[in-house]
Design a protein around this ligand. Structure first.
Ligand code: GDP
Ligand code: IMO
Ligand code: MG
Length: 427
């Protein structure tokens, strides 16, 4: 039996969906523990592509139990749509549980997300506008709506009156926006309550019981380490904890119950939204990687910013998450480049540092120090083992692992399940 936490080691979109789906074959339970439908996890099964935003990627195996933990913020409208779209494609969705304590995204959260971004103007975060930040703000401010509150009509009505009153004042008086109508929101959410009632549970109890029985459990992170509220490039972050510690908090398991942590990283780096990105490529090469890697957001369709692999971030991620293993994805995208660079440190005030700075001003002054490795020209998308890879690709992987200080467990050379090289069995 094993409990494995899978996290994004960069700025999200590392291919967590693909790796989760691959590992889920041997898992009994797959758990989402943070974030919401800001996530976009793409899984390719045979030739079919699935884009999951809220439901754990394990749903594509009919026998796995999937759990949305207490740390997730749930938009019930999105849940309903995602469930329906899976059903329409012949995927059974009966084995899904949602924690009573998970917070619910309300229409005013989505509107606030938009209004706050508008208000910030040039300083906007570039959020997904799904209401994630405002929903977590309400949770911290102790005025949030939980699944369990929605199931109690009296509680729900009282909380909704309070929230709509304060939010509508904000919309009218501060943001110059029209009010939301209480009746409409109330009726919609009464309907969603029926849906939630069918899958609401005390998921921490379910997960801990399963751990005691020796089940294999996979915790599927969303977003990435550099988007973490505490350890990311604040304020250009999301409002949850995508790091490994978030799994304990967002699923109700103790740290002593976690066996392994696997960090998923692309063979290069991407970022969607605003904020610093030291190894970003602003030239034709960046465009080429975007084209070859189809680097457009799964959730918002925005073009992703592309750049070289940053080993400073890799090491930082290894430390913050306590990574045991790395899964490197999208190695195939780099095929055909004459040479490939890895950032090994940052030049700051004439000295080279390998620390990732807290201050964005300092980070902006950091100049990446690159090591240049020879590329490979071969198509590697059919490689089944490390030995199948060209020598230069092997050398590149070894160097990444060495610089980050974490052994490789998997290498992905394409979006399909079959395009995965296993180095270490995780379950
Ligand atoms: P996530 O948010 O971390 O799950 O990542 P996304 O799904 O947003 O983005 C990763 C994209 O890369 C998806 O379209 C995947 O199908 C695709 N992908 C994953 N692994 C590989 C790989 O090894 N090679 C290629 N070419 N595509 C991959
Ligand atoms: P997955 O799980 C990449 C980014 C947004 C924005 C910032 C805050 O697919 O890797 P938010 O809507 O969360 O308040 O936006 O975080 N962001 C992501 N970037 N992948 C994601 O998820 C992301 N989820 C949020 O672009 O910069
Ligand atoms: Mg994504």
């Amino acid at each position: 039996m094993s409990t494995v936490v899978l996290v994004g080691a960069q700025w999200g979109d590392e291919g967590k969906g693909k790796v989760t789906d691959f590992l889920a074959e041997k898992a009994d339970i797959v758990v989402r523990f943070q974030g919401g439908n800001n996530a976009g996890h793409t899984v390719v099964v045979d030739d079919e592509e699935f884009k999951l935003h809220l439901i754990p990627s394990g749903i594509l195996y009919k026998e796995k139990l999937c759990i949305i933990g207490n740390g997730v913020v749930v938009d019930p409208a999105v849940l309903q749509k995602e469930l329906q779209s899976l059903k329409d494609r012949g995927i059974p969705v009966a084995k899904l549980l949602i924690d009573y304590r998970a917070h619910v995204i309300m229409p005013y959260h989505r509107l606030l997300d938009e209004a706050e971004e508008e208000q910030k103007g040039k300083a906007k975060i570039g959020t997904t506008k799904r209401g994630i930040g405002p929903a977590y703000s309400d949770k911290s401010s102790r005025v949030g709506m939980r699944v369990v509150d929605l199931l109690d009509d009296e509680d729900f009505a009282a909380k909704l009156v309070y929230n709509m009153d304060t939010k509508n004042k904000l919309f009218n008086k501060y943001y110059n926006k029209p009010s939301l109508k209480y009746e409409e929101v109330y009726n919609d959410y009464q309907n969603y309550a029926q849906l939630l009632r069918e899958c609401a549970a005390d998921c921490s109890e379910v997960i801990n019981d399963a751990i005691e029985k020796g089940s294999n459990i996979l915790f599927e992170g969303a977003q990435g380490t550099l988007l973490d509220l505490d350890f990311g490039t604040y304020p250009y972050v999301t409002s949850s904890h995508p790091i490994a510690a978030g799994a304990c908090l967002g699923a109700g398991v103790g740290p002593t119950s976690i066996d392994k942590v696997i960090g998923v990283a692309k063979a290069y780096t991407t970022r969607v939204g605003e904020g610093p990105f030291p190894t970003e490529l602003h030239d034709e090469l960046g465009e080429k990687i975007r084209r070859q890697g189809h680097e457009f957001g799964t959730t918002t369709g925005r073009p992703r910013r592309c750049g070289w692999f940053d080993a400073v971030i890799g090491r930082y991620s290894a430390r913050i998450n306590g990574l045991n293993y790395l899964a490197i994805t999208k190695l195939d995208v780099l095929s055909g480049l004459p040479e490939i660079k890895i950032c090994t440190g940052y030049k700051l005030d004439g000295k080279v540092t390998t620390s990732f700075p807290a201050s964005l001003k300092t980070l902006a002054r950091c100049e990446p120090v690159y090591e240049t490795l020879p590329g490979w020209q071969e198509d590697i998308s059919g490689a089944q083992s490390i030995a199948d890879l060209p020598e230069n690709a092997q050398r590149y992987l070894q160097r990444i692992s060495q610089l980050v200080g974490v052994p490789l467990a998997m290498v992905s050379v394409g979006p399909k399940r079959s395009q995965t090289i296993v180095i270490e069995n995780i379950f």
